[in-house]
Design a protein. Structure first.
Length: 188
């Protein structure tokens, strides 16, 4: 469903745009998604709307799914650092997760409710994993979910398309970065 409104108290939630993940998948789609997410962050800040930057530090202990024992080793230094393009500011809210969804065991819902947020705009990587899981959880928590489709990407182009075309219209509204910013501008 296309974007119809921006709530007065919206927040941008950027998923997993961190050194280890971005560097591992650096290609034109990743570069473009990072650029658009950074632009969204700058505009949300300019309009004094909350910016939440989420990183992941690993998996939950005891997991046996994809990745096996090798992926249980600690990541290298700097792996979880947010990419410089996001220009992290003191006013940003930082959330660290260990699961796919940024809502699971992180305090994100409490933070958003304390800020009076009713709508979340999602961006990040990977569309079919962290972004989609967070969108599902956000919808389950009752947020108006908006997915900035040009500010996200996935290492698997087919999975990205499936999420954008088939899953996201069931979870919320989809829009480009320009559409989101245009609507933010119109409501301020």
């Amino acid at each position: 469903m296309p974007l119809t409104t921006i709530d007065p108290r919206s927040a941008l939630v950027v998923i997993d745009l961190q050194q280890g993940i971005v560097d591992a998948h650096r290609d034109p789609a990743v570069t473009a998604a990072v650029k658009q997410a950074a632009y969204l962050a700058a505009e949300f800040r300019r309009h004094e709307l909350p910016v939440v930057l989420v990183n992941v530090t690993g998996r939950a202990p005891g997991r046996t799914d994809a990745g096996g024992a090798a992926s249980s080793a600690p990541p290298p230094a700097g792996w979880a650092d947010l990419v410089d393009d996001l220009d992290v500011r003191p006013t940003d809210h930082l959330i660290t997760k260990r699961r796919r969804s940024a809502f699971h065991d992180t305090g994100l819902d409490t933070l958003l409710r304390d800020l009076g947020v009713t709508q979340i705009v999602l961006a990040g990587i990977s569309t079919s994993s962290g972004v989609e899981s967070t969108a599902r959880s956000g919808a389950d928590h009752g947020y108006h979910v908006v997915l900035a489709t040009d500010a996200m990407t996935d290492p698997d182009a087919v999975a990205h398309r499936h999420s954008v075309e088939r899953v996201f219209p069931k979870l919320g509204e989809t829009a480009t970065t320009a559409e989101v910013i245009g609507m933010v501008e119109a409501t301020r």
